[in-house]
Write a protein that binds this ligand. Structure first.
Ligand SMILES: [Zn+2]
Ligand SMILES: [Zn+2]
Ligand SMILES: [Zn+2]
Length: 265
C-alpha cells in the first residue's frame, strides 16, 4: 500500500492509499487509535495530489469550482479538515473584505452567527452570534467586531424588558462580546463619561477627584443623542439642531465652551 504522508490529525500514523480512500494507519497494541481518512473524491471531484498535499499541510485546499452536487450542478468550495473530518468550505460562506484580528483567518457565515474559520478547529475563539439581547447583528457590525473595533451605540432590550443603548466589542482575551456604555473621555479629568439617570456625567464624580463635569440630557427642549455626546466629548461641534426657548424655535450647533459647559451657537 502506498504511503501518501503523515496523518495531520494524530501526527503519528501514515496515510495509506486504499481503493476508495486514504486512511491513517496509527495502531498501538492492536488498537486502532486514529480514524482519520480522506475519500478519493468529494462531490464527483477527484482528490488531486495537490489537494492531498494542501490538506495534509494546511488542513484545507484551495477553492475549486468543479464540485458537482446531487442535482448535477457545479459549485465552488474548498475542502477543509474540521474536528478530524473533511468538510466543505463554501465560497459564499466567506464574508468579503475582512479577516479575524486574532488569527488573520477568514470569517464564515453559519446558521448561528459568524465565526472565524479557525474557531471551528478550536484554534481561535472569535465567534459572533446572530443577535445579542434581541438586536440582530449585520455584517457591517460583524466586520467591526472581528477586527477589534467598537460598534456605534446600538439599541438593546434587557431580560427585564428595559431598553438600553450600548456599544459592542469583543473582549480580546475571552472573545466574549461585551457591552460598553462609555460615551468618551471627560474633557476635564480624562475619566469616563456615562449616561447617568439625569445627565451625562464623569465616573470620577465619586472618586477623590470629585469631577463635576456634566452634560444635561436635554438643552432648550432638545434631547441629546449618544452620538451628540460623543461628538461633544471629542471637542467637536454637532450638526444643526432645532431648539425651543419660551415658545420660540431656533436652530444652532452644540459644542462645549472653555469651561466645558454645553452651549448653542
Ligand atoms: Zn492519524
Ligand atoms: Zn481567528
Ligand atoms: Zn471628569
Amino acid at each position: 500500500m502506498k504511503r501518501v504522508g503523515t496523518c495531520p490529525i494524530c501526527n503519528k500514523g501514515e496515510l495509506l492509499e486504499f481503493e476508495d480512500k486514504f486512511q491513517c494507519n496509527f495502531v498501538e497494541n492492536n488498537k486502532k487509535l486514529c480514524n482519520f481518512f480522506i475519500y478519493k473524491s468529494y462531490s464527483k471531484k477527484i482528490i488531486t495530489p495537490e489537494m492531498l498535499f494542501d490538506l495534509l499541510h494546511n488542513y484545507e485546499t484551495k477553492i475549486y469550482s468543479d464540485f458537482v452536487d446531487d442535482k448535477g450542478e457545479k459549485f465552488e468550495a474548498a475542502l477543509k479538515i474540521v474536528h478530524g473530518y473533511i468538510n466543505y468550505k463554501f465560497r459564499n460562506q466567506i464574508v468579503d473584505n475582512v479577516k479575524c484580528v486574532n488569527c488573520d483567518g477568514e470569517i464564515l457565515r453559519t446558521k448561528q452567527g459568524w465565526g472565524c474559520e479557525n474557531y471551528f478547529n478550536r484554534k481561535c475563539g472569535m465567534f459572533i452570534y446572530r443577535s445579542y439581547n434581541g438586536t440582530v447583528m449585520t455584517e457591517d457590525i460583524v466586520r467591526l467586531l472581528v477586527t477589534g473595533n467598537y460598534t456605534p451605540f446600538l439599541n438593546f432590550t434587557s431580560k427585564q424588558g428595559i431598553n438600553f443603548q450600548a456599544k459592542l466589542f469583543v473582549n480580546d482575551s475571552t472573545f466574549q462580546v461585551q457591552f460598553d456604555y462609555s460615551l468618551g473621555d471627560c474633557p476635564k479629568c480624562s475619566g469616563t463619561v456615562l449616561k447617568m439617570e439625569k445627565f451625562f456625567g464623569c465616573t470620577n464624580y465619586l472618586s477623590d477627584i470629585k469631577c463635576d463635569f456634566i452634560i444635561w440630557l436635554s438643552i432648550f427642549d432638545y434631547n441629546l443623542s449618544f452620538i451628540d455626546v460623543e461628538v461633544l466629548l471629542r471637542g467637536d461641534q454637532t450638526d444643526v439642531k432645532s431648539f425651543r426657548w419660551k415658545d420660540k424655535d431656533f436652530e444652532g450647533r452644540l459644542s462645549l465652551d472653555e469651561n466645558f459647559k454645553c452651549k448653542v451657537s
